[in-house]
Design a protein around this ligand. Structure first.
Ligand code: NAD
Length: 522
């Protein structure tokens, strides 16, 4: 028998959040369905999954996971919804997404609290996730009138040639625990205006956030006769996940998570010649040159390294500092690290909450020990937090030699290396000496140094910033990275093209049949 989940009502819930949870049927003892199709929640029959708060282990919800058969039902519903949705004019689709944005605006604080409870982000960051949903919805609404194709001049007389973008089909979305809401929206809302349906498999570490967000979108779609267009499936990786990767009904799998997961997705989807959009790990560096504004750099590095307890794909893992400023910067960072207020993420004033689970905290501590054993000096942090459970730790700052093997790997938590270099080119070479290529930044007042960092011989990452940190991307730009980060681009710019298929059409309005390349046949 699953434990009753009545703790929701005793901790940190405002009225609006309780309303959302009640509308999900969540009361003491209730178990939520882990799959949603056209009719809403399905009668799922898989194992019970407990969602627990990483802050204190409180049981937040019991979710009954989906089996492969239930997954198949959700995809069938999405296919049926797609058949209708693709005929709806794109600006009308945009109008429905705008209604979703209104709903998310209304419930921003409540949903943000659910994110905080379930994954331990501080309140500002939990609400920030929901703001990202609103921002991408607004973007998608505008986009719905701008799905432009090109017109080309035909080499044949009285012919017209042009391209148009057609909906792709049912898009599979796999998301990571650390952005339990925003990543879904980046994909789902852009794909929706493109005319696609969605089947979402969220992280099993954040099922409640997924259900809460999904049901808001579901209600809007159902009101307009498009129930089932967004499907939700919470299930195991080896059964439901693998079925999803191999499922030929899903022409595109957009997967966010570890590089290990992305490799598997690329392999299985590649076998069936499907498309992947991969947003994987990062090992992001900040370069600080001798002429940098140190105040600015310290603030940005603190937020980038310690925010979300170092559990952002764009978190700062390496600070590469020029020798002349190294000592000053190091002292300032140690002082800043020691002032980080760690505690309950629901409390105003907390800067850093828990890691997602005990296993993550153990992995970070093990990485710190490995770094120390291979030449790094621990400057501060890496310890337990008095009065807090095993998911909490103080953020670690290390002074590391440039040949430390661990410098090349993503450790997913609050662990940051400081490495000293002599020159800009040395810094760029070290920054690029990583398997990942997500985000990067430089702090300098020298225009030439900044431009060199941004040039073809500079950063090899998908994101390269000047005088701001590596994280906190705006949705207007294309987001993603190179190498082991997977090469995908999501959110703004022309990322929408990945959710559509391009069709080139040539129309002959003459009475002749001229052939291209001047070929005369027969
Ligand atoms: P993870 O790889 O453990 O899981 C990610 C998702 O993949 C989960 O939903 C999981 O259930 C699913 N999954 C795993 N194996 C699968 C399989 N065989 N078939 C189908 N689905 C499968 O990652 P995580 O611990 O949740 O997240 C942290 C990682 O994600 C970090 O490496 C982080 O850098 C990365 N991340 C990247 C971005 C980005 O945009 N680049 C954003 C957020 C997180």
């Amino acid at each position: 028998m699953p434990e009753p989940c009545d703790l929701l009502y005793t901790r940190g819930m405002n009225e609006a959040a309780v309303d959302i949870l009640q509308s999900l049927g969540l009361q003491a003892g209730a178990t939520l369905a882990g799959a949603w199709g056209a009719a809403g929640p399905l009668a799922t029959t898989g194992a019970t999954l407990a969602s627990r708060s990483p802050t204190d282990g409180a049981l937040l919800a019991n979710v009954q996971e989906a089996t492969v058969a239930e997954y198949d039902q959700v995809v069938a519903d999405a296919q049926a919804a797609f058949a209708k949705w693709r005929t709806v004019p794109a600006p009308v689709r945009g109008g429905i997404v705008r209604e979703m944005a209104d709903e998310f605006r209304k419930h921003k604080a409540a949903l943000g609290r659910i994110v905080t409870l379930e994954v331990g982000k501080i309140v500002a960051e939990g609400e920030g996730e929901i703001q990202e949903i609103i921002d991408i919805a607004d973007f998608a609404v505008g986009l719905s009138r701008q799905l432009y194709g090109k017109t080309m001049h035909s080499e044949r007389p009285n012919h017209r040639m042009y391209e148009q973008w057609q909906p792709l089909g049912v898009v599979g979305v796999i998301s990571a625990f650390n952005f339990p809401a925003a990543v879904w929206a980046w994909n789902a809302l852009v794909a929706a205006v493109c005319g696609d349906a969605i089947v979402w498999k969220p992280s099993r570490k954040a099922p409640l956030t997924a259900i809460a967000c999904h049901q808001i979108a579901h209600r809007v779609l159902a009101k307009h006769g498009h129930a089932g267009l967004f499907g939700l499936v919470i299930g195991g990786d080896s059964d439901v996940g693998e079925r999803m990767l191999a499922d030929r009904r899903l022409p595109l799998i957009s997967a966010t998570g570890s590089t290990r997961m992305g490799r598997r997705a690329a392999e299985v989807v590649g076998q069936r010649l499907g498309r992947t959009l991969l947003e994987l790990g990062g090992n992001n560096a900040v370069i600080v040159l001798d002429d940098a504004d140190v105040d600015l750099a310290v603030r940005a590095i603190l937020f980038g390294a310690v925010g979300t307890a170092g559990q952002r794909c764009t978190s700062i893992r390496r600070v590469i500092v020029q020798r002349g400023i190294a000592e000053v910067l190091t002292q300032r960072l140690v002082a800043a690290w020691q002032q980080v207020r760690i505690g309950d993420p629901l409390d105003a004033g907390t800067m850093m909450g828990p890691l997602i689970d005990e296993g993550s905290a153990v992995a970070v501590r093990t990485a710190i020990a490995t770094a120390q054993a291979t030449g790094a000096e621990l400057l501060c942090g890496g310890t337990a937090v008095p009065g807090r459970g095993p998911t909490f730790m103080t953020p670690a700052l290390l002074r590391s030699p440039r040949n430390l093997p661990l410098l090349r790997e993503e450790v997913f938590g609050p662990m940051t290396h400081i490495v000293t270099v002599d020159s800009l080119d040395d810094a760029i070479a070290l920054q690029n000496d990583s398997a990942h290529g997500l985000s990067s930044s430089i702090f300098t007042r020298d225009l030439r140094a900044a431009e060199r960092f941004l040039s073809a011989v500079g950063s090899d990452c998908g994101i390269a910033n000047v005088n701001i940190g590596t994280s906190g991307a705006e949705i207007g730009g294309a987001f993603g990275g190179e190498k082991d980060t997977g090469g995908g681009r999501e959110a703004g710019s022309d990322s929408w093209k990945q959710y559509m298929r391009r069709q080139t059409s040539t129309i002959n309005w003459s009475n002749e049949l001229p052939l291209a390349q001047g070929i005369v046949f027969g």
